[in-house]
Design a binder for this molecule. Structure first.
Ligand code: PLP
Length: 447
């Protein structure tokens, strides 16, 4: 492995473009001299962090029957700060020199890496400053403050927060710890795969949520070094598919990202070291749609009794969406990487999950405006055991006669079939009925 040296002079590199030079600020992540993380580094990380990071359970999932796969769940959301990020953060901090430890560290993060650095800094007596973009989830920000860290809320996205953190590190002499491209962080994340291979036999595939690519890189090196036949599959949200963009581009490239339920994955450009390490080891990348992430979060709560954040639920989302059907009948390990989700966002995810699942439906029915017209509709809906969550009626803008009223109803049903029953019943009794966003059968759990 190449030594981690920093040379600000990149002018001698022929393929350097403007984006690359912007990113060279971080001494351990030089686009022109990317480092490949080795299996040996991952094993030393595992040895060093073992007293400060949990070896989390990896157990067979109740979702196996639903998905037709032999699914195992690596529950790394059970770490102290609710995510796998502690692995890399602790290893990088343990490797600091005494002088670096004394001066302190700085990190930029949307939340999980920040919490991990704050917690382990607190444990190891290292002063920590974290720069969190203004879009970072409130719960994650609060947690960092609880560990006595200096929390700076600045930058509209990760890219901006990172620039601020790197500038601070230069100004104050703090060590900057990149959450997905610092070589020691990548090695630390790879320790999760070492545990998995001890916990589960005869694995066919591991599914890895991917943001900046650090986890994917560490896991891929560990897995392919020991069992090259195990498939390593990365999953990204459609709203921040920066690894897929790097594949298309032949190297990391700035990617437009939008707000996503998988906020932990919202990194506009994957790391150069992560890319260099993983590019030949990853078997498949999958891009999942947001509604499937919501359904996956719902499934984890209902079927597994686990609160998993959007990023951590992406693997199951890909399976539910039918994007990993080649794994049917095979043994698949899903990395449940984090559980830090704001309660309000969780509520919204559950509602979206129920809607995508066909268990929360909305319709507009035009009924008679004579006394009893609306109550008749409500009685009819109640007669098949459907519960009404919301009713609004509209008189002024109804196109039909003045003796009609349009009623908008939001209903909660037992399952998709129950919603179909409701739809058929309303169509059989009323002339004007419209269901909005009724999910197609293929999108829902039907057994
Ligand atoms: C919960 C969760 N899962 C997965 C990831 C992806 O890790 P990486 O950025 O190393 O690809 C992150 C990144 O922050 C995360 O917070």
């Amino acid at each position: 492995m190449e030594k981690y040296t920093y040379s600000p002079d990149v002018s001698d590199e022929s393929d350097t473009n403007e984006e690359d030079t912007k990113m060279v600020d971080d001494p351990l992540c030089n686009p022109n001299r990317p480092v490949k993380i080795t299996f040996e580094e991952i094993t030393s990380a595992a040895y060093k962090i073992r007293s400060g990071v949990l070896n989390t359970p990896c157990i067979r999932s109740h979702l196996s029957a639903l998905t037709g796969m032999d699914i195992y769940l690596k529950k790394d959301f059970l770490q102290q700060t609710g995510s796998f990020k502690e692995r890399g953060a602790r290893y990088a901090m343990l490797m600091l020199t005494p002088e670096q430890r004394q001066k302190g560290v700085v990190a930029a993060s949307l939340g999980n890496h920040a919490q991990a650095v704050c917690y382990h800094g607190y444990q190891l007596g290292i002063p920590v400053t974290v720069v969190m973009p203004i879009i970072a989830p409130i719960m994650k920000i609060q947690k960092c403050r609880e560990f006595n860290a200096n929390v700076i809320m600045e930058g509209k996205n990760m890219d901006e927060a990172k620039r601020i953190a790197v500038a601070l590190s230069k100004e104050r002499g703090w060590t900057y710890i990149n959450g997905y491209d610092n070589p020691q962080v990548i090695a630390g994340q790879g320790t999760m795969a070492l545990e998995i291979m001890e916990q589960v036999q005869d694995i066919d595939a591991v599914v890895v949520p991917t943001g900046g690519g650090g986890l994917l890189a560490g896991v891929a090196v560990a897995i392919k070094s020991l069992y090259p036949s195990i498939k390593v599959i990365g999953v990204e949200s459609e709203r921040c598919a920066s690894y897929t963009k790097a594949i298309e581009n032949g190297k990391p490239i700035l990617t437009t990202i939008e707000g996503t339920l998988a906020d932990g994955l919202a990194v506009p450009m994957i790391g150069y070291n992560a890319w260099e390490t993983s590019k030949t080891l990853v078997d498949k990348m999958v891009i999942v749609k947001e509604e499937w992430i919501a359904v996956a979060i719902l499934r984890f709560i209902e079927d597994e009794k686990c609160v998993v954040e959007g990023a951590g639920a992406c693997g199951l989302a890909a399976i539910l969406a039918g994007q990993l059907d080649e794994c049917k009948g095979k043994r698949v390990v899903l990395l449940l990487t984090g559980g830090n989700i704001d309660t309000t966002i969780l509520g919204r995810c559950l509602e979206r999950g129920l809607a995508a699942d066909g268990r929360l439906v909305k319709c507009k029915v035009t009924v008679s405006d004579r006394p009893g017209g609306i109550s008749e509709l409500c009685k009819l809906i109640g007669s098949i055991g459907v519960s009404i969550k919301d009713v609004i009626h509209e008189r002024a803008w109804v196109a039909s006669d003045v003796f009609s009223v349009e009623v908008k109803v939001v209903c909660e049903t037992r399952d998709y079939h129950h919603s179909i029953e409701l739809r058929e019943l309303l169509f059989s009794r009323y002339k004007k009925v419209r269901f909005d966003n009724f999910p197609p059968k293929c999108a829902v759990k039907t057994n």
